[in-house]
Design a protein around this ligand. Structure first.
Ligand SMILES: [Zn+2]
Ligand SMILES: [Zn+2]
Length: 287
């Protein structure tokens, strides 16, 4: 399975291939694909962060159940962060809805850099953004989506560097060992079918129990289930305790090169099926 920058290149190639072939996606999927491309194209500007911890220090934190990247460890380049935020607002707010007023307010907020930093800090620590959003007359959910997407390219850069220091045997927890975020996708690896989770914020992948809800943590067999599509390639894991779902791909059944960051986006039909059956995306309801 491709990883890191090789995978990024393969994703761009595939996106360009789809574009040339005139492949059309629903608008919501298209927006997420554009954000993914934006995050990949921002990588050279962000560069490769230097790890702030040694492998031993990482292991010590993981053994205490602590994720390893705190907000203050992230070096945010002011100009680049503001520029990415404006691009994100373009993709998520200005273009789809033509909502110039909201996008103007969001861009105004981002122009005030200490405020943008504060919002990013709140988002990272899971603090609700409703207070700041009300104060600046923007929708809290929209603000959260924008700041999350603007921070993502930076978190991705850190996650790629730090993932090599994470001893997978030290962490079987529900949240991400790097940034503490929740999973929004899973895969069963191609050898023995162990289940790995993918972080919704930084993209880190970590090994997790096959029979446990990645959101509420229940291990009750009778509360956990999954359904598969007709080829058995995709799975929808559901939990009756917290009514969450997580999508997964079974790599044992994949015949071509799987690019996980694309899979989590283009499987929007699984999200629709889950929500129609009254399950919610666990990474949102628990953050
Ligand atoms: Zn993460
Ligand atoms: Zn659950």
């Amino acid at each position: 399975m491709l990883k890191g920058r090789d995978r990024d290149r393969a994703i761009i190639e595939r996106l360009e291939g789809w574009e040339k072939a005139g492949v059309r996606f629903p608008d919501a999927v298209d927006r997420r694909l554009r954000l993914l491309r934006l995050a990949i194209e921002a990588q050279p500007g962000i560069g490769t962060p230097t790890p702030h911890l040694t492998r031993d220090a990482v292991s010590a934190l993981l053994m205490q159940g602590k994720h390893i990247l705190s907000f203050d460890d992230i070096r945010l380049d002011r100009r680049l962060f503001q520029e990415i935020f404006r691009d994100v607002v373009g993709v998520l707010v200005a273009e789809p809805s033509g909502d110039q007023e909201n996008s103007r307010r969001l861009n105004q907020l981002a122009a005030n850099y200490p405020l943008l930093q504060q919002v990013a800090r709140e988002y990272y620590s899971g603090t609700p953004l409703s207070g700041t959003a009300t104060e600046h007359c923007v929708d809290a959910a929209v603000l959260e989506a924008c700041v999350g997407a603007a921070l993502n390219p930076f978190l991705k850069a850190y996650s790629e560097v730090l993932s090599a220091l994470v001893g997978q045997e030290l962490w079987r927890r529900k949240n991400c060992p790097i940034c503490g975020g929740w999973a929004d996708f899973a895969y069963l690896e191609s050898e023995v079918g162990a289940r790995w989770l993918m972080c919704s914020r930084c993209g880190m992948e970590w090994l997790f129990q096959r029979i446990q809800c990645p959101y509420c943590g229940t291990q009750k067999h009778q509360s956990l289930a999954y359904r598969t599509n007709s080829q058995g390639l995709y799975r929808l894991y559901t939990c009756e305790e917290c009514h969450s779902y997580v999508k997964a791909i079974d790599l044992r059944r994949a015949s071509s090169e799987v690019l996980l960051p694309l899979e989590r986006i283009v499987t929007a039909d699984l999200d629709r099926q889950a929500m129609e059956a009254n399950y919610g995306p666990g990474h949102r309801s628990h953050s």
